[in-house]
Design a protein around this ligand. Structure first.
Ligand code: C2E
Ligand code: CA
Ligand code: CA
Length: 638
């Protein structure tokens, strides 16, 4: 009888290549990655011991019987061990690592493997798996099927687990695991029942391993192309796993407070190139630490939690940053800032981690060059609140439950409430009332400001539709527009449609834009002109806060200028004369003025005397819900 181990040789070549690549590229420190490595190693050992066993088998009496036993028992032990590793691997993939589940289950899970190993070890006495006769010839034993059963046990239970937890496992991972199970099972069936002397087991497992590798186990999939570091999503995977063990890792981060500046001055491409050079430097200087590229030149790394290590990081990097980083055609100096967190802050999820890190990075960048910011519980809580606000915002948007409050605006000439500003709020069960200062910028950052703006606009249109504006003595309602809405080409068209839908006269609408939105001026002017032709009015909001670009502003169809409360207050509190000239300029320019932040009778009287047409502020009323506003106006204008 001759043994055919060609398949084994193939398997050894394939898997060894994978193992070398895997080790060389380094993968995320996750349990399933480690187990995958083990699975590859034990698969190679199966093939190697099989080859050695086969070679020895044909040597006849030149090899001692005990050596034949030792080699074959080793083979059967690794053969038994491999499916056990696979079972643990699958458990780790579905985030139920074996050692995490109840101890009894661990034992139960290991029992089939342990039994078969015991059978293998005692085989010289029992001849269960195989025997070697006096001519040194190898014979299969009757219990050989136990290996087959053991393997099938682990393959089948793993398959069932994956099916059971399929919602937790990505499709590509699930299908690759199924393929591994099927090919491995096929190999074992062949070897057991059809071709006992052709070693099909290793090669069939190799096919499965190769597919898993190509589909998702390639360590490069977790790496950021630009920097070669791990992608931020890798932290998500690690944190998800850490949660299972209640573990918190110390993390250090680096950012550059002049990154945005560099990007603005030299452009995106150069900024990327500089980041690449920084990444290269960090990889070479700190090869041991797992580094993750966040974005905007920010890098996060795990470290040992020792303050000395941190000091070393900082000093080394600071020293390096005394020299410029190169890019094609020049070089720039980078100004590093550092953040870190130790085990004391318990982050419950990646979302929390990311939000906390973002806050720490922001603080560090605000403080600037060289500073080191430790994540505090306060920042962590702020991050948690931010997450809750994001959720409340999302919910309010999808349920159409944004609240619109109205703050009356007083007409100093007609001496009545002539208008109101619509101000958005969110009511959340847990957080209570949430004010726009906390969520407008978030909505602008995550893009939901457009639907927020539309919802507010619709609600105001509905209000106008449902009330007799003339009878109430109201001339118009003011609505805030975000700069992101203003630079949207379709804005005018969309608003016109909504106005038609609610069948209202556009003259009752006045849209507030801010000076900061005067960026893409052509689109804004286009939108404004189009709506203005229909009769919609426009106000310039928060005058006196941003950098005024009055040349731009003057060309726009504006009716009203709203003077920000800070300017009004500085006039009353500090006696600043600026307000006089501002008022004079705008009145000359034929604009009407709304003074914001009017809190006292004295202010109200003085401003009216100075020629301001409208006044808005707590002196008259805070922003109030729709019904309250209606009764307030009816009462006031009676
Ligand atoms: P804003 O446009 O300057 O709105 C006036 C803010 O000043 C309101 O704050 C109002 O409650 C407050 N205020 C009014 N009178 C007084 C006063 O006498 N004293 C003091 N201390 N404060 C006064 P609110 O409602 O928190 O809104 C904050 C900002 O959020 C608004 O500032 C506006 O920029 C933005 N916002 C509100 N609603 C919307 C919206 O629907 N869309 C957009 N894009 N932004 C909105
Ligand atoms: Ca406003
Ligand atoms: Ca304002």
């Amino acid at each position: 009888m001759s043994w055919n181990f060609d398949y084994d040789i193939c398997a050894i070549i394939f898997i060894s290549t994978l193992i070398i690549y895997y080790g060389y590229r380094k993968c995320l420190p996750l349990t399933y990655n480690k187990l995958f490595q083990w699975l590859m190693v034990s698969s190679v050992l199966v093939a190697v011991t099989d080859v050695v066993g086969s070679v020895v088998a044909v040597q006849g009496k030149s090899v001692s019987i005990s050596l034949i036993y030792i080699i074959n028992i080793t083979y059967y032990i690794v053969l038994t061990f491999t499916p056990m590793i696979f079972g643990s691997y699958v458990a780790a993939i579905i985030k139920k690592p074996i050692r995490e589940s109840r101890y009894l289950m661990n034992y139960v899970f290991a029992i089939p493997g342990i039994i078969v190993m015991a059978i293998a070890i005692t085989t010289p006495m029992t001849g269960a798996l195989f025997s070697v006769d006096t001519d040194h010839i190898f014979h299969y034993g009757n219990w050989r099927i136990s290996i087959f059963i053991e393997t099938m046990f682990y393959l089948v239970t793993s398959g069932i687990q994956v099916i059971k937890y399929r919602a937790k496992v990505k499709k590509v991972i699930r299908y690759s695991i199924y393929i591994y199970i099927l090919t491995t099972a096929a190999g074992h069936v062949c070897q057991m029942f059809y071709t006992p002397y052709v070693q099909t087991v290793s090669l069939s497992a190799t096919i499965g391993l190769l597919i898993m590798f190509l589909a998702y186990q390639n360590p490069d999939y977790d790496r950021d192309r630009k920097t070669g570091m791990y992608r931020e999503n890798g932290i998500r995977k690690i944190i998800n796993e850490d949660r299972l063990y209640g573990k918190n890792r110390p993390v250090a981060g680096i950012a550059f407070d002049n990154y945005e500046h560099i990007r603005a001055v030299y452009g995106e491409e150069t900024a990327n190139e500089v980041v690449q050079n920084v990444a290269k430097y960090l990889q070479v200087t700190f090869p041991e630490n797992d580094k993750f590229y966040v974005h905007k030149g920010r890098v996060i790394a795990f470290f040992d939690g020792n303050i000395e290590t941190l000091r070393f990081f900082r000093n080394t990097i600071t020293e390096r940053c005394k020299m410029p980083f190169e890019f094609k055609g020049g070089d720039v100096y980078l100004s590093p800032v550092f953040i870190f967190t130790l085990e004391d802050i318990k982050v419950e999820s990646f979302e929390e981690f990311k939000a906390s890190m973002t806050i720490a990075f922001q603080r560090a960048i605000e403080q600037g060059k060289g500073c080191v910011i430790r994540l505090t519980e306060e920042m962590h809580q702020e991050a948690i609140r931010g997450i809750k606000i994001d959720r409340a915002l999302k919910k309010a948007l999808s349920e159409d439950s944004l609240l619109v409050y109205y703050q009356p605006i007083y007409d100093t000439i007609e001496k009545r409430m002539a208008s109101a500003e619509a101000l958005v709020r969110i009511h959340d069960e847990e957080l209570g009332m949430i004010y726009p200062d906390e969520f407008i910028w978030r909505a602008e950052e995550n893009g939901s400001i457009l639907s927020l703006g539309e919802q507010v606009f619709r609600k105001v249109c509905a209000f106008i539709n449902q009330h007799n504006m003339e009878e109430m003595g109201l001339s118009f309602i003011e609505i805030n527009l975000s700069p992101l809405q203003c630079i949207r080409k379709q804005l005018a068209l969309e608003f016109e449609k909504i106005i038609e839908e609610y069948n209202i006269d556009p003259k009752y609408l006045n849209l507030e834009i801010t000076e900061t939105s005067t960026g893409d001026i052509d689109v804004i002017r286009e939108n404004m002109n189009q709506l203005s032709k229909k009769g919609v009015g426009f106000a310039l909001d928060d005058y006196g806060t941003g950098y005024s670009n009055l040349v731009n502003v003057m060309g726009l169809p504006l009716d009203i200028i709203k003077i920000d409360k800070s300017l009004v207050w500085s006039f009353f509190n500090e006696g600043s004369e600026l307000l006089y000239s501002v008022i004079e300029t705008f009145i000359k320019g034929d604009f009407k003025l709304v003074m914001e932040g009017v809190e006292t009778k004295e202010m109200a009287d003085k401003l009216a005397e100075m020629g301001c047409h409208y006044e808005q502020g707590f002196y008259y009323s805070k922003p109030i819900p729709e019904e309250d506003f209606v009764s307030f106006v009816k009462e006031y204008n009676k």
